[in-house]
Design a protein around this ligand. Structure first.
Ligand code: ARG
Length: 271
């Protein structure tokens, strides 16, 4: 009698263990359902990155605009939910997915191998190469990756440009700043000698600042530097939805058109 009881207890314990073990391995992917239940998708971004995301006055109101904003709206439409933008510094954008402050992050984020270990990424939606901005009157001095030896180069904190500058601009002193506007100001007043940005962002700044120019210094890009939407790990269902949206916007040319329109808007608008 006693023996069977022990045995039954054991069987129960083992099956309970098996159930939980199996349960967690086949854990249901609720990435889409969770957002739909809330009725709102919260998108993390650093809106200091024209033409992808930046602030401008729309009908007298400070508003976040740009092609990433349009992409977020299309994703919201596909999921049938409202879109809320959560603005923060770039070095907090990805972490906000882990803390649950945001559901997805769209911020011109390069889907690097390192980041892919921690986050899920959509299919890529934009490829851009890196360039170096300098003062226009210094263009002739800075032509090669070695020209900035012992000079100060600014990059945005938490971006891939930090490593690109460190690895490729031999002997340069790389400083990381949180705000892109601050980097541009430091370049204009001579506190730093160069700034590394991806081409469209550099072009937007240069077009608004006639004392700055894009140098001919040639920087190499990594093969996973293209922009993608970031999600928490385990967002397979959500990724499928977002990939569908991106594929469509890319195929029919909408995405390129939105980047161009946002670019025109950023150049014509005051900061
Ligand atoms: N593509 C670069 C990266 O992922 C820079 C992104 C910066 N984005 C921004 N909105 N400030 O590191």
């Amino acid at each position: 009698m006693k023996k069977t009881r022990i045995l039954t207890g054991l069987v129960l314990a083992v099956s309970a263990f098996l159930l939980t073990a199996c349960g967690s391995s086949t854990k249901e992917d609720t990435s889409v359902k969770d957002i739909q239940k809330k009725g709102t998708i919260t998108v993390a971004m650093n809106p200091e990155f024209a033409p992808f995301e930046f602030k401008t006055l729309v009908n007298g109101k400070d508003t976040i605009v740009g092609s990433d904003v349009e992409l977020a709206k299309a994703i919201g439409k596909e999921l049938g939910v409202k879109v809320k933008f959560s603005s923060m510094s770039f070095n907090n954008v990805l972490a906000s997915l882990q803390s649950g402050k945001a559901d997805i992050a769209i911020s011109g984020i390069s889907a690097t191998k390192e980041r892919q270990k921690v986050y899920d990424f959509s299919t890529s939606y934009y490829e851009s190469k890196n360039v170096v901005i300098v003062k226009k009157d210094k263009l002739a001095d800075y032509t090669k990756t070695t020209s900035l030896k012992d000079k100060s180069v600014a990059t945005q904190k938490g971006t891939i440009q930090e490593n690109i500058a460190k690895d490729q601009l031999k002997g340069a002193k790389v400083v990381s700043l949180v705000q892109n506007g601050e980097m541009i100001n430091e370049l204009k007043n001579g506190q730093v000698d160069a700034v590394v940005f991806e081409k469209p962002i550099a072009q937007a700044y240069v077009d608004k600042n006639s004392d700055l120019a894009i140098s001919e210094i040639d920087l190499k890009s990594g093969d996973s530097d293209a922009y993608a939407v970031a999600m928490p790990k385990g967002s397979k269902a959500l990724k499928a939805k977002i990939d569908k949206v991106i594929t469509k916007l890319k195929k029919d040319g909408t995405l390129d058109k939105q980047v161009q329109e946002a670019y025109d808007l950023s150049v014509s608008s005051a900061d």
